[in-house]
Design a protein around this ligand. Structure first.
Ligand SMILES: [Zn+2]
Length: 239
């Protein structure tokens, strides 16, 4: 560890910030705060660009640079750098490799809530749900259940707000229910809440992503809730 050059790291941090501002900031990639553990871990990957770094090795260098020992296997949240922050980092077992500072992580979407289904898919999905709000049962074009002064206009809600809107992640919701849940709930396809975070899932940095070990827990949880067959159209009721 004596070989770690602090001055070099400090200098490289400026370069990291410049590269990020030039290439990645426009995509909405989030740079960890200067001097934070995460920033230093990212810096370690940047200094070793295109080299697969073991998570324990990254941790050791960060500990050396900040002069403190850290708890846990991934105290700097390196596993969230790609899918959540948008850095082009690939993971192989316990190793992480920063591939490029010129392009974001493939498939990274700045605002996961901004995408929409095509008209065709949206019509198909609404039909699948009998043109009703998944949560309260308000029917499209008819008075809303909880505000009868307004007619229901179904909106494209997220089944899992941490993931992009896609056919298998979309649910029809009336504006009342969509507003009520925002990004706080993860639903199954019947509209049952299978996980809840009152501050909202999208903004919660600690939420497990598709790379982290938490994904397995979430997948198991979803499988349990989702394995109840939806049944023939019209035989089930929205709740
Ligand atoms: Zn509703």
């Amino acid at each position: 560890m004596e070989t770690i050059d602090r001055a070099m790291y400090l200098q490289k941090d400026e370069e990291l910030q410049e590269e990020w501002a030039k290439h990645l900031k426009p995509y909405g990639v989030k740079l960890p705060k200067k001097n934070s553990q995460s920033r230093i871990a990212l810096l370690v990957l940047f200094v070793n660009i295109n080299k697969a770094m073991d998570i324990d090795e990254i941790k050791k260098i960060v500990e050396y640079l900040i002069g403190t020992t850290l708890e846990g296997g991934d105290p700097c949240q390196v596993r969230h750098f790609s899918t959540q922050r948008g850095f082009n980092i690939i993971k192989e077992g316990k190793k992480f490799k920063l591939v490029s500072m010129e392009d974001p992580f493939p498939g990274f979407i700045k605002d996961k809530r901004s995408t929409k289904l095509t008209d065709e898919l949206w019509e198909k999905l609404k039909e699948e749900y009998d043109n009703m709000c998944l949560n309260c049962g308000s029917k499209h074009g008819e008075p809303m259940r909880w505000d009868k002064t307004k007619n229901t206009v179904l909106q494209q809600g997220h089944m899992d707000p941490r993931k992009p809107l896609a056919y298998d992640n979309c649910i029809p919701q009336c504006s009342f229910c969509n507003q009520q849940y925002k990004s706080k709930a993860i639903f199954n396809k019947r509209g049952f809440v299978i996980d809840y975070c009152k501050t909202g899932f999208y903004r919660n940095e600690r939420i497990m992503d598709s790379v982290g070990e938490g994904a397995a827990v979430l997948a198991a949880m979803r499988a349990t809730a989702d394995n109840i067959p939806l049944g023939a159209a019209g035989t089930w009721q929205a709740v």
